[in-house]
Ligand binder design. Sequence first.
Ligand SMILES: NC(=O)c1ccc[n+]([C@@H]2O[C@H](COP(=O)([O-])OP(=O)(O)OC[C@H]3O[C@@H](n4cnc5c(N)ncnc54)[C@H](OP(=O)(O)O)[C@@H]3O)[C@@H](O)[C@H]2O)c1
Length: 291
Amino acid sequence: MRNILLIGGTGFLGGALAHRLASADFSLLLPTRRPERVRHLAVLPTARIVAADVHDDATLARLMAGQDAVVSLVGILKGDFRRAHAELPGKIARAATAADVPRLLHVSALAAAADAPSDYLRSKAAGEAALRAAYPAATIFQPSVIFGRGDSFLTLFARLLRLAPIVPLACADARFQPVWVEDVVSAIVTALDRPESRGQTYPLCGPREYTLRELVAYAGAVSGHPRPIVGLPLALSMLQAFLMEFLPNGPMTRDNVRSMQVPNVCPAGCAPPFGLQPTPLEAVAPGYLAG
Ligand SMILES: NC(=O)c1ccc[n+]([C@@H]2O[C@H](COP(=O)([O-])OP(=O)(O)OC[C@H]3O[C@@H](n4cnc5c(N)ncnc54)[C@H](OP(=O)(O)O)[C@@H]3O)[C@@H](O)[C@H]2O)c1
């Protein structure tokens, strides 16, 4: 059995990855800030959940001991991007190097770039750079928006559409190439056994591009709440996001609006890694959105 440390492994993507790895008999260590919130993962027979502050170097050093691989998945959509996206990957990479962990895999984001328009995307790029500087053989994944049961994307649209008679939509023409969570998991798990993935960066996208308007309309149609959608100009998109920042779990921030100013689609001619065939949205989403 191989030992894998999943940092940020208790969320949407990490949970799916943990299920796949546990079913393949990997032994998993899952640090979390709130073990009481992730009891659903405690049922995995080979998973051990521990309360830990992964920003603490000594804690990271302890977590790394005896691991065959580390997957770094911490991500946020608002909050302290510098700490979570830029500094933490560097700390993880230094700890993995110090502990001689043979593999390090990291989940960043598509369109991450030092000159990107949002703090989210710039901090993701800074994290990639810090990770590579300390662990050049790390494998980096850059997914577009990820869909699947439990996502906070199509599921969120479907919920909002149930409540709203009409949708004033920010960035309606923003472009995405959504990728299924199980396809992202497949790429990560496959990379573990592929030496050629060392040092590589893989964009991960689904088979088709959509505008945000198309995706919201699709979520409405499939969930049984089709609604008229009114695209907002940029100034009103920013105002809407600003107002949502006052809500405790507001679905949008001004930084999210800035992220959507660049296309979240894979570069032309970019093939999925390892010959994997991405799953169409339409083959999966009705299964968790309908009803
Ligand atoms: N979902 C998408 O559409 C999407 C698209 C592109 C890239 N990504 C990237 O994929 C990765 C996983 O995303 P996800 O959707 O699974 O996210 P998620 O469901 O929100 O899970 C986030 C994970 O990060 C941990 N975490 C959050 N803030 C933290 C902090 N300040 N310090 C330490 N741990 C923290 C959480 O652990 P606790 O148990 O401690 O809360 C949780 O395990 C992220 O890097 C994200 O940026 C996601």
